[in-house]
Design a protein around this ligand. Sequence first.
Ligand code: SF4
Length: 304
Amino acid sequence: MKSWSFSRLEVFEKCGWRAKLQFDDRAPIPPNPKGDRGTAIHDSAQDYVRGMRDDLIPECAHFKNELDALRPLFSKGDVLIEDEWGFDREWKHVGWHGEWRTTSTLPTGAILYTANDTESDFRDVSPRELAQRDGLQRWPTHLLFMGILYEWVPAWCRMKLDFMVWLSPTKVLVIDLKSGKKDGNEIKHTEQGQLYAVGVMLKYPEVEEVVVEFWYVDQNDTKPNKYSATQAARFLQNFTARGQKATSGVYQPRPSIFSCKWCPYRPEHQGGNGICEHATGAAPRRAAPSTSSNPLFFDFGKSK
Ligand code: SF4
């Protein structure tokens, strides 16, 4: 794994071997109907806020007031929707896949491509696309274009925000729509929110406070958290170490009844495709459901 996102990190930390099979080997996994439903919910809510539709699918009905409140903010330019952010290993912002950056050094082993066509546009073209486009044998690592040397800087960490709302010039609200359960996912979602806070603070250094709200559309419930720049700096250290481990190329199998139970690579007699040779069996016990709920930091008329 050369790059990571929160969901990839989660897979890796549960079982490194699964991350290798899924993201490096691209071993097939069965289609996930829950994923399709999640996409439909996101599409409906986001298109509604964009003003591209005036109805919501029933799954979004609990949050109609909140989505209504976002529409005028979007029209004013205060809401980003489905924004895709990439960061390199030094946490500098790059394109979603990476970008060509000027450099003065050509390291040993570099694969240099000299683009003679001055009309060429390569800025958004990845090395793979460039190789395909221009019929190159190998993907270039460096590019000489109009006398300027560029190196390809890939995205190392990626995050995609459902909604980002400017509440003031120094305060941002991030909203993440969840179609799954809140209970049992508190730690995971809190950490995901912390990564969003890191991303916001890196991309917009002027921001002093980030509020992250998870909206559980099926349960009409929310989970809000507020973070300062100081806290985000602490999270950054933590995620740097975890991201480096996930992209180190070392994949530790962690077979357990919990990690293997839902893994698509578990044995066939357990419902998987049987690819993994490290799998273990036995079903885990179910956790008792919690009944806790949190208020919204930003009400959006929810209590009306
Ligand atoms: S079956 Fe278990 S050990 Fe194998 S990849 Fe999946 S989680 Fe890891």
